[in-house]
Design a protein around this ligand. Structure first.
Ligand code: NAP
Length: 311
């Protein structure tokens, strides 16, 4: 095990991602002291029982005192208030990073609330599951997954390198990206797919001609995989759509056009159009498996406890 990268790591929000960071940080010995803060007493108690950190705090300001790295792991909608609260308590030279699924919103909400001399290095581990809370996390969540960092041009290079080393220690592959580009890429790879899943499950739930018991009984026909995604945390996903509005609307516009073209192909019996698209999409799945981002195992390998949805 290498020497710790940080003396004190503060994790604000000990849910699925925060508790996975805590577990991986402990396992890899990246920090001498792990301080945890969460707004919910039940989560603080779970964090204590699970021994996720060295200290557990109700007040995030106490957790970040003397911290070298502060990792914000709260829903996107809570970032501004948390940053405003901890800002005055950060030490000079501290690094503030995060795990939020949208990056322009994090820069908008957090950067103006940090004092001079504190470095903001926004990040997004492209790894997750449909579960929430401290018990849902696991140390290997980030292994072989991408972590995208979106520092601004003026960000201190040393701070970026340290955050990169942090995620690399967890087995992640790290890439830097412009925050706007990140939000566009994730809109089509993650956010719109989640919206489609929420929508299709909602539509099935509203149907009057097909009963709920039939929907559940015959769910293996594709619907089941959508229900897994549609079981994702409502707070987190509400905040994703509120904070990546423009990119999601842009991608939804394209998606809607393509859907209408498919609708037309079905109406006019254009089998070749359907067949060509389905052949192209099959190749994309093969490419994802070849890139090691998914398994070809039956059930998508999701029988295992670790269910990665790469949010
Ligand atoms: P989660 O399991 O719900 O955890 C969030 C934790 O933060 C909860 O314990 C929550 O408590 C706490 N919290 C909320 N507001 C707070 C505040 N003001 N101060 C302190 N703690 C607060 O959610 P998650 O899935 O870990 O998501 C956290 C972040 O990770 C989000 O920004 C999300 O975009 C990002 N992310 C998620 C995934 C994924 O697949 N889940 C993947 C990549 C990135 P309450 O329960 O009381 O609200």
């Amino acid at each position: 095990m290498a020497a710790p990268l940080f003396d004190r790591l503060a994790i604000i929000g000990i849910g699925l991602i925060g508790s996975s960071v805590a577990r991986a940080a402990r396992e890899q010995g990246v920090a001498r002291h792990i301080a945890i803060a969460d707004a919910l007493e039940a989560h603080r108690n779970e964090a204590t029982e699970l021994k996720l950190g060295d200290s557990v705090h109700a007040d995030a300001a106490e957790a970040v005192k003397d911290a070298d790295l502060v990792m914000l792991c709260v829903p996107l909608g809570a970032n501004a208030a948390v940053a405003a609260h901890i800002g005055p308590h950060l030490k000079a030279g501290a690094i503030v990073s995060d795990v939020g699924s949208c990056k322009q919103a994090v820069i908008r909400d957090v950067a103006p609330r940090l004092p001079q001399g504190v470095h903001l290095v926004p990040g997004h581990p492209v790894a997750g599951t449909e579960h929430s809370g401290p018990k849902a996390g696991f140390a290997s969540l980030f292994r072989n997954r991408w972590c995208i960092l979106t520092p601004e041009a003026h960000t201190d290079a040393g701070a970026v390198e340290k955050v990169k080393a942090f995620w690399t220690a967890f087995g992640s592959r790290v890439e830097a990206m412009d925050p706007r580009h990140h939000d566009l890429v994730l809109a089509i790879t993650s956010h719109v797919p989640h919206l489609i899943a929420y929508n299709i499950v909602g539509t099935a739930d509203d149907l009057e001609t097909v009963t709920q018991s039939e929907v559940i009984k015959y769910s293996a026909g594709g619907f089941r995989d959508f229900t897994r995604i549609a079981a994702s945390d409502p707070t987190m996903w509400r905040d994703v759509f509120l904070n990546n509005r423009e990119a999601v609307l842009e991608m939804l516009g394209r998606f809607t056009e393509d859907l209408i073209a498919l609708q037309r192909a079905i109406r006019w019996g254009e089998g070749d159009t359907l067949f060509d698209l389905f052949t192209r999409t099959r190749a994309i799945r093969r490419a994802i498996i070849d890139a090691g981002q998914e398994t070809a195992a039956p059930d998508f390998g999701r029988a295992a406890a670790e269910k990665d949805t790469s949010a």
